[in-house]
Design a protein around this ligand. Structure first.
Ligand SMILES: [Zn+2]
Ligand SMILES: [Zn+2]
Ligand SMILES: [Zn+2]
Length: 757
């Protein structure tokens, strides 16, 4: 007999780790104990040489599905003389504990759900230690039932037995529930009347009949309607006041997804993953989905059911459902029953309610295949707040407040970064209060007390003002330039600290010269950057108005960069609404309310507008999204561009590009060729600058970040070019390339700038 001590760290609590250890010990005939502490799982075992070896091997090799092991220490010692194996009492104080995010219903629970012989047959709140809600129902740590929104449901005898049996997969499953003791579901009509019969069947019938139903999901309400019913979809748009922006769909199963969209192996894996995100996929032509679900684009956002409630509903409905966040445009997702009635009664015809409260708002996450990898576009339910491991240990806690759009915040504690779920556009009081309450919850859950606060350079971002108004005068504030933060966010994900060539392409970011940046090539490390390349400045007549009306941006380009003659400007201005022509010209002449921008997003806007693709942008990035949808990826034509020297950096002048594009368009060339040639040109001039910078700075690693890299064609083209030129290329995997990932970069820059203090 010999003895073995093991310490396991990572996400090993709330995931069935102790029962797993218990069963392993039984299998290998070991005696001893296992227990949780705040920071780890501790194991002491006695057994034969062979038994201990097998135990240790399986411990690492067959871990429960939601567990994530970061570190294991094991040490041989003499046998202690244990007589049996037991799970002993936890040693938890008020410290911090790692638990997994919410996970989709597991196979075992799913088969119970479908088996008429099981006591949880058809029960919409079935879960176990391998699946179910976590962060959406936790109030504080340590993670146990009393501190979740399940505390008001006392367990019945059967559930209690499962909960206490280390051989059961519901051993210490905090949200455990059954029809006898758990949450209940009901369907209420908008007028307050209760629907008769089975609520899920009644809900499916309403949806079949073209109604809009607000469904209480995992991280908030979702609004559902029949995706094949154009009239229902149009009504949802009108009531939600959401124009143009595509709706996500839930389909019953993988087959349902394949009927609507083309899928690669990586995309199928993403659809089936236990995070169950919305996956942006290429739509097949001629499907039954209403045109208005995703107007003007060739992709659909699809997800598979991820709660028992969704599984039951999708089986009853048996077709694609629009499944979009339960809110009005630009507001946070609704979570409370009364809140849902208050906010959504003008939108929904009925409410599928239940009485398990949602503690925290989590939207559905969105991912897309970019350059062959699955990349988050919106990181929320089931991803956040899983920690991101940092390549350093911070001595003081850091809060990074994020950007204005697609806001997330980031808390750093020691070597972990906790990036919040997607908060949204920080433009109104509702979203700001979502930001503040989520921050409060995170600070409590992860025991973080920020001593350093990082924020963007933009003085008017609400996140910047929040940082300034932070009530603790002793915190140190650090300003981080937007595109520097983008580049560092991707570096940090990959543990890269050495200087890189950073390509940061997005819509808007405050520059050190006060201009609107967004087509930036930097030489950057964590603490500093040098702007070594950018797009030539173009005027944005009307400022914000130029973003909403892309033809204004095109007018700006034609006026200052590519007009060969007054006649050419006249020809373009003739395509602009009559009422705006005079003022546009005046703004360009006087530069009144006409900031300068080097934004790559705005260059895409201008190209789209010149081609008459998107007259008015109804949502952020719409012109670029539509331009990408039109581009034929088989085309490798390219337009000219100029690379100019400016001090010791480079300026890309796309005037020749836009002129050639416009000529082609007016000459009647196919728009799919022209759109593709434009994408190819952006990739080509970016590659050209990277080459020049490589020669001058002896750097070979290129980091791509910024919202423009949600464009799959641009990303693919640029990756191909960079790889062919033997660059090492780094792209996002864990956080979004858009402003949703910005707070991670801000936090790392703040750490680097204050590490010596
Ligand atoms: Zn399960
Ligand atoms: Zn029960
Ligand atoms: Zn940005």
């Amino acid at each position: 007999m010999q003895g073995l001590s093991v310490r396991v760290r990572g996400i090993v609590q709330g995931v069935g780790f102790r029962p797993f250890v218990y069963q392993l010990a039984e299998r290998y005939g070991l005696t001893g104990w296992v227990r949780n502490t705040n920071t780890q799982v501790e194991i002491e075992v006695d057994g034969s040489e062979e038994g201990l070896k097998g135990f240790l091997h399986d411990l690492l090799d067959c871990t429960p599905p939601l567990a994530r092991i970061d570190a294991v220490e094991s040490e041989r010692r003499p046998a202690s003389g244990f007589t049996c194996f037991e799970i002993i009492e936890s040693q938890l104080d008020a410290g911090w504990q790692s638990i997994p995010p919410d996970a989709a219903t597991c196979e075992a629970c799913l088969s119970e759900l479908r088996d008429p012989g099981e006591r949880r047959y058809g029960y919409p709140f079935t879960n176990c230690t391998h699946c179910g809600p976590r962060f959406t129902i936790i109030d504080s740590l340590p993670y146990d039932r009393d501190r979740t929104t399940m505390s008001c449901f006392p367990m019945c005898g059967d559930c209690r037995r499962e909960y206490e049996d280390p051989r059961d997969r519901r051993f210490h499953a905090q949200p455990i529930a059954c029809p006898a003791c758990g949450p209940k579901l009901w369907l209420q009509m908008a007028d307050g009347g209760l629907a008769q019969g089975d609520p899920i069947e009644a809900c499916a019938a309403l949806l079949k009949g073209g109604s809009i139903v607000a469904i209480k999901g995992l991280g908030g309400y979702q609004l559902a309607c029949d995706a094949t019913n154009p009239e229902a979809v149009a009504r949802l748009r009108a009531r939600k006041r959401r124009w143009g922006k595509p709706f996500a769909l839930m389909v019953p199963d993988l087959e349902g997804a394949k009927q609507l969209c083309e899928t690669t192996a990586a995309e199928i894996n993403a659809l089936l993953s236990r995070e169950r995100p919305i996956v942006l996929l290429k739509q097949r032509p001629g499907t039954s989905v209403a045109q208005d679900v995703a107007p003007g684009i060739d992709t659909l956002g699809l997800m598979l059911p991820y709660t028992p409630l969704h599984h039951l509903l999708m089986r009853g409905f048996a077709g694609p459902l629009v499944m979009t966040s339960g809110n009005l445009s630009e507001e946070p997702i609704a979570i409370g029953n009364r809140e849902a009635v208050e906010r959504l009664s003008d939108v929904a015809d009925a409410f599928l309610f239940h009485d398990r409260d949602i503690y925290a708002r989590y939207d559905d996450s969105v991912v897309r295949a970019l350059g062959g990898a699955i990349v988050p576009i919106r990181r929320a339910r089931s991803y956040a707040p899983a920690p991101i491991h940092l390549p350093f240990t911070a001595r003081r806690d850091i809060l990074a407040c994020g950007a204005q759009q697609k806001n997330t915040f980031c808390l750093v504690k020691e070597s972990k970064a906790f990036l919040s779920q997607h908060i949204g556009e920080l433009e109104n009081l509702e979203t700001l209060s979502h930001f503040e309450s989520s921050l409060q919850a995170f600070r409590q859950l992860f025991r973080v007390d920020p001593r350093i606060i990082a924020h963007d350079m933009h003085p008017d971002y609400l996140s910047t003002r929040f940082a300034h108004d932070y009530p603790d005068p002793s915190v140190m504030r650090v300003v981080v330039q937007h595109h520097h933060a983008h580049v560092v966010s991707a570096m940090a994900e990959h543990g890269i600290a050495e200087p890189v060539i950073g390509v940061a392409y997005d819509g808007t970011g405050y520059g050190t010269d006060g201009a609107v940046w967004g087509g930036e090539i930097l030489v950057a490390d964590w603490s500093s950057f040098k702007r070594v390349g950018h797009l030539r400045y173009a005027p944005m007549p009307g400022g914000e108005a130029a973003i909403r009306k892309p033809y204004r941006m095109a007018a700006g380009y034609v006026w200052s960069l590519c007009a060969a003659s007054e006649a050419e400007f006249e020809a373009f201005i003739a395509t602009v609404p009559v009422g705006e022509r005079i003022i546009l010209r005046r703004q360009l002449e006087t530069q009144l309310n006409t900031p300068l921008t080097s934004s790559c997003g705005r260059l895409f806007d201008a190209a789209a507008a010149l081609l008459g693709v998107c007259r008015e942008a109804l949502y952020e990035g719409q012109p670029a999204v539509e331009l990408e949808a039109l581009a034929d990826p088989q085309v490798d034509d390219m337009y000219p561009f100029d690379l100019l020297r400016d001090g010791d950096g480079w300026v890309v002048d796309p005037a020749a590009t836009l002129r050639a594009l416009w000529c082609d368009f007016r000459a009647g060339r196919s728009i799919s060729r022209v759109a593709a040639a434009f994408h190819n040109t952006v990739a080509a001039f970016t590659l050209a600058v990277c080459r020049a910078v490589r020669d001058e700075h002896s750097l070979n690693r290129v980091v791509l970040s910024g919202g423009c890299f949600q464009n799959a064609l641009l990303t693919q083209r640029l990756l191909e070019g960079l790889v062919a030129a033997e660059f090492e290329v780094v792209t996002h995997r864990l956080v979004p390339p858009n402003d949703g990932g910005l707070s991670l970069g801000q936090a790392v820059v703040a750490h680097a700038l204050t590490a010596g203090d």
